[in-house]
Design a protein around this ligand. Structure first.
Ligand SMILES: [Zn+2]
Length: 467
């Protein structure tokens, strides 16, 4: 029987530490880790963790632990190794069952003279006081191996301002890929003897950080096409005064969409769209009294602004309004990328998308016949604010097509009920957005040449609606 020390547990701190050890020791899977690997790795990790910039990390993650305690100044390494040795005393392979709350396959340890379980100084986000626990228990119940994993988990943390981000995923491959990314940075620090603490790319906004984590995974050489990857990040601080914890989820369908975009010709187009939404806020919020003083904003400064695209994706909101401008009669991406968004993120049927596109193309042909400076039907489609007014405009367009001896009807009854307005008055705005998007894509140059008058107040309203 093979006796493994480690396997993923579902506990985010333990799993982060297991991924960290796996990558640090050059293994492919946690089950390959041996006690010899731990004996070699832990002293190296102790040296790293007791560098000045890393000690600061421990104020955030293990307040009052052996490295963060002011009383241990100068002896941090020795004290940490002492704690680890306590955990190692009862190192056992995974069994069938046990009282550890993380793995459930080994019994929890009792440490020190107090014979207690683990406290907040050893496990982030647990209670700092024995009083918190029920009468029969003292401290949190973890086995020695899981406790060691928790202690080394900062190797793969992602620093976010004065908080930390812990990356957890439904996919073990994704957790290892993230560990690879973070440990690459840590190894560079060691090589250059330039220690900066936990891996950071200076994302203070946790939602933007989550998308950056996804991007790092996607850019790894791993093939993600057949792997469902949902990512959860925990954004936390374990300070003595006021520990805080939030979490953010990136569903597997969003990861799949981002992965497909990254490997398609639309990658640059998507990146520019995301940037445009950062810029939008930067341009609109009146930062600068005198526009001449407005500096060139490097990415470093705006990447912590809220981004409507990312917010919309995380909150499962319809974001097609961010993909075009009614004012400029312009689309920022093409139909191909829009279709990918609709199918992967909105899970829209391909047939519905195709019917809407064909109908929008027919409507574009009708609009193009309008020789007036402001094409009337386009204005009506843009301004329609109720289901009834939108349907009425379509009815007028149908009449015009009949007058112009169109060969086929604009749409069949089935298409109307199943594809254009499947949810009736509830979902008609989606169809309006998609039709307008397609009209701007098809007629952009023609509309541009007409110098249509712009109603700025309307534009402002529609932009705010999409924030
Ligand atoms: Zn355990």
């Amino acid at each position: 029987m093979i006796q493994n020390l480690f396997d993923y547990t579902g506990n985010p701190f333990v799993d982060a530490g297991i991924s960290a050890l796996t990558i640090w020791c050059g293994k492919k899977q946690p089950k390959e880790l041996t006690e010899q690997d731990l004996n070699a790795a832990l002293p190296e990790i102790a040296t790293l963790f007791t560098q000045e910039s890393w000690i600061k990390t421990f104020y955030t993650t293990f307040a009052n632990g052996p490295i963060a305690q002011p009383a241990n100044k100068g002896k941090e390494r020795e004290k940490w190794i002492e704690l680890i040795s306590e955990f190692k005393k009862e190192l056992k392979p995974l069994g069938e069952k046990g009282s550890c709350i993380a793995c459930g396959r080994r019994d929890a340890i009792r440490i020190r003279k107090e014979k207690r379980g683990l406290l907040r100084s050893e496990v982030p986000m647990t209670s700092g006081s024995l009083n918190y626990y029920s009468f029969a228990s003292s401290g949190a119940d973890y086995c020695g191996a899981c406790a060691i994993a928790i202690q080394v988990s900062p190797l793969v943390f992602y620093r976010s301002g004065d908080k930390m981000i812990l990356v957890h995923s439904s996919s073990e491959k994704a957790m290892r890929s993230w560990a690879k990314r973070a440990i690459k940075n840590v190894r560079e620090q060691i090589q250059l003897r330039s220690y900066t603490g936990c891996f950071s790319e200076n994302y203070k906004n946790p939602k933007n950080a989550l998308f950056q984590v996804a991007k790092s995974l996607i850019q790894d050489e791993e093939d993600w096409a057949s792997e469902p990857v949902a990512i959860r990040i925990y954004h936390f601080t374990n300070y003595n005064q006021g520990p805080e914890l939030d979490y953010y989820d990136l569903p597997a369908k969003i990861f799949r969409f981002l992965n497909e975009v990254q490997h398609s010709d639309e990658r640059t187009s998507w990146e520019n769209l995301v940037k445009r939404r950062y810029y939008y806020i930067y341009e609109k919020k009146e930062f600068w009294q005198n526009p001449d003083e407005k500096p060139e904003k490097p990415e470093e400064e705006y990447k912590n602004n809220a981004n409507a695209i990312y917010e919309g994706l995380l909150n499962d909101k319809w974001i097609v309004k961010c993909f075009y401008s009614s004012r400029d009669k312009e689309t920022y991406i093409n139909w191909k990328l829009l279709q990918l968004y609709l199918m992967e993120v909105r899970e829209m049927e391909k047939q519905r998308i195709e019917v809407i596109r064909r109908v929008a193309d027919e409507i574009s042909a009708v609009i193009r016949k309008d020789e007036s400076p402001n094409p009337k039907r386009l204005g009506q489609l843009e301004r329609a604010s109720t289901y009834a007014s939108f349907r009425n405009t379509l009815r007028l367009i149908i009449k015009e097509r009949i007058k112009g001896n169109a060969e086929n009807p604009l749409f069949s009854l089935e298409e109307y009920a199943e594809n254009l307005f499947p949810d009736g008055a509830l979902g008609w705005r989606e169809t309006q957005d998609l039709i307008l998007f397609r009209i701007y894509e098809v007629l952009h140059d023609w509309l541009k040449s007409k110098h249509i008058e712009i109603d700025e107040s309307e534009e402002e309203k529609s932009n705010l609606a999409s924030e």
